[in-house]
Write a protein that binds this ligand. Structure first.
Ligand code: GLC
Ligand code: CA
Length: 570
């Protein structure tokens, strides 16, 4: 390159700097997003199930907490076979949650409070009660109606064996056989999840056009974007080959989300997201796409956030990390490196509606992440878990990039770990032959007011799942303005994160020694002691601590601190 080629005018330079500044301040790179699980957030009509008017009423609590945006799990018309992740009509609200008018009122209220609102989009599968699936069942094999889903003849002499060996994520085969109109067994259809969640055929242009239209429907209503459900599964390998046993290797979690194989993370999915991104880019103000993609490596994950694809992708490696300085260091390091390659920030997360809450998870001995905890299972140590969870959160909120919080984690809620098995609703429980508890334990209705029936969840006190006894002391009103409460820790951390622009800060000095993790973000030094012995407190002005600090300048185990420092102090 010659000198002439690199010469820029003053105007070019300043406009370049302005673009860079806008890019850094883009909320899609920095936001703290609070996940609302609608059926368990707040109930307005006393049926024990949370709903949209309930959310609208409680939104000020979230503005007050200091989050930037909300992600709403599905509220669409649905028979609720997988808590709404089985959508029968993508353009309507399920009566259990309210109406489209309730949605509009909620969105308006959120925007009035300065909160952005992201909705959940479920493109891998619909409900079997979706009009198009009904038409597919009524249609003949090979018909245009069937081609919108994935129907195949069975193997075996009479087609009595499923078309391939794929297993459902919830347990059991990923294929269900249909009955022809005359009652004889017919073709099979694919469902990577429940039998009531048939997979769409993303090779079909009609399906692609339909989803672009669904996106437009919600964008035109004013939503700020989408969290995209199982974003890594839309395209399947050509010919739907059997999954090889070796492809299960490296599946280190019990839910099997990380399995590699012909149904996950195929290159063709990226074409879909480029098309969606192009549509979103025609809207102003800026709209977001966030991928839920359980892919086996951070470099594969980074492909979802290339400049012309999505803006965010959940960093599940961080969620899965043990509470161990060396492990955390390595995940933080490799996530930021992988995303730097594509110019994207990292999207930190510790809890959501699919995993055991981090308070409970970190209160268990290290080991594979359980898919729910039952009464007869070893129980988490709540105090230890809460202490570590607070430390883990304070570490997360110090990191540059965006972060997602799951409703109730700001209260330090544990899972319900002794739920009566008869009350379980997650299809995982049934489909695993009652071997996997599933995800009900993290989906229990929130405690708002300790002395109200149902802990203030809704009028009359009904709750679709019982709240564990521990929730009373953790109710929001017991923590509000209480020094040292988990709620106040979250509120202060979010305020300081904003004040110190941590989301756009430069990470440096990442280091893990003898169970102690250190890093710098701008003027801030962050130290997390994941070990079992106190270590000397580093110098600096103390801004935040995840636990009470003893006299004598030591940093106790399972504690994170934020310090204001000039330079590195050893
Ligand atoms: C995603 C959702 C989960 C759902 C599944 C099928 O993983 O987060 O709740 O069961 O997709 O839609
Ligand atoms: Ca209700």
């Amino acid at each position: 390159m010659t000198i002439e080629e690199t010469t820029v005018t003053f105007d070019e330079l300043t406009s370049g700097l302005a673009i860079e500044r806008d890019r850094r301040n883009d909320w899609r790179r920095t936001a703290v997003v609070y996940q609302i699980y609608p059926r368990s957030f707040a109930d307005s009509n006393g049926d024990g199930i949370g709903d949209l008017p309930g959310i609208t009423r409680r939104l000020p609590a979230l503005a007050d907490l200091g989050v930037d945006a909300i992600w709403l799990s599905p509220f669409y018309r649905s028979p609720q076979a997988d808590a709404g992740y089985d959508v029968a009509d993508y353009r309507d609200v399920d009566p259990v949650f309210g109406t489209l008018a309730d949605f509009d009122a909620m969105l308006q209220r959120a925007h009035d409070l300065g909160l952005r609102l992201i909705v959940d989009l479920v493109p891998n599968h619909s409900s079997d009660e979706h009009a198009w699936f009904r038409q597919a069942l009524a249609g003949a094999p090979g018909s245009a109606e069937r081609d919108r889903y994935i129907f195949r003849d069975g193997r075996g002499e009479h087609g009595e064996l499923p078309p391939n060996n794929w297993q459902s994520v919830f347990g059991g085969p990923a294929w269900t056989r249909t009955l022809d109109p005359d009652g004889t067994p017919g073709q099979w259809y694919l469902h990577l999840f429940d039998a009531k969640q048939p997979d769409w055929n993303w090779e079909n242009p009609e399906v692609r056009a339909e989803f672009l239209d669904v996106l437009r429907f919600w964008l035109d209503r004013g939503v700020d974007g989408f969290r995209v459900d199982v974003a890594h599964s839309l395209i399947k390998a050509p010919g739907l080959p059997d999954q090889q046993a070796s492809e299960d290797e490296g599946a280190d979690d019990t839910e099997g989300y990380f399995h590699t194989g012909p149904m996950w993370d195929q290159d063709g999915v990226h074409e879909v997201y480029r098309e969606w991104r192009a549509l979103l880019d025609t809207y102003s103000p800026a709209r977001i796409l966030c991928a839920e993609a359980w892919v086996p490596s951070l470099s594969r994950l980074a492909r979802y956030v290339r400049p012309d694809e999505m803006h965010q992708a959940f960093n599940f490696d961080y969620l899965e990390s043990e509470w161990d300085a060396a492990h955390l260091r390595s995940v933080i390091d490799s996530s930021t490196a992988a995303n730097d390659e594509v110019g994207a920030p990292t999207t930190w997360v510790l809890s959501n509606h699919d995993v055991v809450r981090h308070v409970s998870r970190l209160g268990l001995p290290a080991g594979p992440r359980p898919n729910g905890i039952r009464a007869g299972d070893p129980q988490p140590d709540h105090q230890l878990g809460l202490r570590r969870a607070r430390a883990a959160t304070l570490l997360m909120l110090a990191l540059p990039g965006s972060a997602y919080l799951y409703q109730g984690e700001e209260l330090g809620l544990p899972d319900h770990t002794s739920l009566d098995d008869d009350l379980r609703q997650d299809p995982t429980w049934r489909r695993s032959g009652h071997t996997e508890a599933g995800r009900d334990g993290c989906r229990v209705p929130l405690p708002w007011e300790a002395d109200e029936p149902g802990l203030g969840f809704g009028p009359g006190g009904a709750t679709w799942l019982p709240q564990p006894a521990a929730y009373r002391e953790l109710a929001r009103d017991r923590q509000e303005d209480v020094d040292g409460s988990t709620l106040e820790m979250y509120r202060s951390a979010l305020a300081l994160r904003r004040a110190f622009a941590l989301a756009v800060g430069d990470l440096s000095g990442l280091d893990a020694k003898a169970g102690v993790l250190r890093l710098r973000n701008g003027e801030l030094t962050v130290v997390a002691n994941t070990g079992v012995t106190p270590v000397p407190m580093p110098d600096g002005e103390l801004l935040m601590a995840s636990a009470e600090l003893p006299q004598g300048g030591m940093l106790p185990p399972d504690t994170t601190v934020w310090l204001l420092t000039e330079a590195w102090s050893e």
